[in-house]
Design a binder for this molecule. Structure first.
Ligand code: 8YV
Length: 311
């Protein structure tokens, strides 16, 4: 049987029910009861960015063979424990890269050109009482974009920003060869040398709170932070105080430290755009992701090569 770790996609749930023996529980109390009753029946877990396979779950499922994540990020999967137990892991890379990179550009434009505020200005009828007060001082085109993590998504963001004549700077653990982008060996130096800073790296112990007070101060009152990675990449309390105090120029956020809870101090800030973790959130892409999850599970149980193996 296959255990779905949390509600994530109706099509995926229906197909898992149609093709496999699907188990699911949504509350913690169900989980304990469930594991006592079903632990020997679960051979696969389907997780995502919200819930996956932590050490506790992996240890509780003696027959677990594979974790197939409905996500590219694997921070909810205990990879060390999976390797230790010989549990295979798959994810959904590439198929979502364009959606996430598109959203990053959308957030840059939305923050810098105040798209949401202007839209509300028209809908509220205020325009009939007077012209919209220009709030954005600078154009987006040509602003320097700094990218943390130049993997598939980071590179896709860079290519899109280049189309807006934006110089591209980046930070990664090591400098990448044959790139026309300027490398900075630290996030603070990158933040000091860009107008828009994009988080596009995986969440690991090393990258948790990679955006801290020092980085935020380096980005400064004219700087804009775009987070399309994970909420815990950012010290959210520091971010909120910097935005409220005007020490940071703006933010476009698709992820938060404690989703779906978002700091309400941000709700009144027009230089902040808030999204409900929809980076890969088009029906088209989520179906392709779901088909990858299903294809990996079928390949595993039919002893065929996995489509997108991680481990
Ligand atoms: C999804 C994601 O939002 O791929 C990831 O890492 O965060 C997203 O694609 C999520 O996992 C789907 O529920």
């Amino acid at each position: 049987g296959v255990l779905m770790a949390c509600p994530m996609n109706t099509y995926l749930e229906q197909e898992l029910e149609r093709r496999f023996n699907l188990f699911k529980f949504w509350t913690v109390s169900d989980k304990t009861q469930f594991l006592k009753a079903q632990q020997n029946n679960i051979r696969a877990v389907v997780g995502n960015a919200t819930a996956g396979a932590d050490a506790e779950l992996i240890d509780a499922l003696p027959k677990l063979e594979i974790v197939s994540s409905f996500s590219v990020g694997l921070d909810k999967v205990d990879m060390v424990k999976c390797k230790e137990k010989g549990v295979r892991v798959t994810n959904t890379p590439d198929v979502l890269t364009d959606d996430v990179a598109d959203l990053a550009i959308g957030l840059m434009l939305a923050v810098l050109r105040r798209l949401c505020e202007s839209d509300r200005y028209v809908r509220s009828g205020k325009w009939k009482k007077g012209d919209y007060k220009l709030t954005t001082k600078v154009r987006f085109t040509g602003k320097t974009v700094g990218i943390i993590g130049l993997g598939r998504i980071g590179m896709a963001v860079a290519k899109r920003a280049e189309a807006f004549s934006c110089p591209i700077n980046y930070y990664s653990r090591t400098e990448k060869p044959n790139l026309k982008y300027k490398y900075y060996p630290s996030v603070v130096e990158l933040a000091s040398n860009c107008h828009i800073l994009v988080v596009a790296c995986p969440l690991t112990e090393e990258t948790r709170h990679i955006i801290n007070r020092e980085v935020i101060d380096a980005l400064g009152p004219k700087g804009v932070l775009i987070n399309i990675g994970r909420g815990p990449h950012v010290d959210e309390r520091e971010l909120v105080s910097a935005l409220v105090e005007g020490r940071l120029g703006g933010a476009g956020l698709d992820v938060f430290e404690n989703e779906p809870h978002v700091p309400e101090e941000l709700f009144g800030l027009e230089n902040v755009v808030l999204m409900p973790h929809v980076g890969s959130g088009t029906v088209e892409t989520r179906k392709t992701m779901a088909d990858l999850v299903l294809g990996n599970l079928e390949a595993h149980f039919l002893n065929k090569p996995l489509l997108t193996p991680v481990v």
